[in-house]
Design a protein around this ligand. Sequence first.
Ligand SMILES: *Cc1c(COP(=O)(O)O)cnc(C)c1O
Length: 343
Amino acid sequence: MRTATHHTDLPRIDLRGFTSPVHVLPRLSDELGVEVWCKRDDLGSVGLAGNKVRKLETELAHARALGATHLVTEGSRHSNATRAAAAAAASIGMKCTLVLCHDEPKEPVGNLLLDALFGADLRLVGDTSWGELARLTGDVVRELEAAGERVHRLPIGSATGRGAASFARAYIEADEQMEAQGASFRTIVHASSAGSTHAGLVLGRALRGRSARVIGVVVAGEVYDDVSGTYLRLANEAAGLVAPTVRLAASDIELTEAYLGEGYGQPAPGVTEAIDLMARLEGIVVDPVYTAKAVAAIIDMARRGTIEGPVLFWHTGGYHALFDPSLTATVWDGLPRLRDIRL
Ligand SMILES: *Cc1c(COP(=O)(O)O)cnc(C)c1O
């Protein structure tokens, strides 16, 4: 694997194998009357890709430089972040332990299957709060250190300044890719939870001197006591690493909770339609937990005339959620054209 450095860049390990494409979504654009493009971070070579792989490129380069032998992180059994961590660790030959909370029913789901397949040591700790999960993960770290491991711990969702810095680079990458196609986005829309994606994108905008809107569509309520404040801290941490003269302000962070619906992994208005339109018009899969809420936001704002095109939908991956049995059933039953199919 290659380690590359760029001017506004940290050392990274290439875990994706190629630059994810940016392309227009012609049929969705016609449907909405607003030009919509897509950044395909759902594609990549390690661990079925997604935005967490990008963050891991800089985090694991750092972990390796520190001499870490063992990656430890935490999340739910549905977590895209733990799955990506397990795959990335496997690909560079680093040991990985995942501390996973586990709500009922106790059936394997897609990401848990992948966590196990990628060879991570799984510690299933039952149904706990995020705070308790962090405490239990601390215990696991101490246990591994006592056994002689050099542990690199990633917080939930890989939300670090270093991970965010990789998204500043991603903003510049997407901007240059559209420029090369004679286009320029006015608005970026992406699904948002632990915050380093948004933090990095707004830093990238500052580094490019651009004024495009970057809208984070919140898909998980109450991840932090102070959500915007934590995002801003992540953005400034990332700035401190790659561009120490840049300071982001509270006004740089733009989040909307209007598409959160009943909460993380729960139904929200427009989600089924977003899955339907992306699949039927573009042949692209979005999932009900993350990316469909971002697409629902684009559809709604386009219809209300409150979004300026060209819009860049940042596809952050995560479509395996669609194959979680309860979510598959929700989508199937929610779409008349599927529901009417006789099984
Ligand atoms: C984690 C995740 C997000 C949110 O990214 P954050 O940087 O944690 O805000 C969005 N989409 C998908 C598919 C994810 O797995």
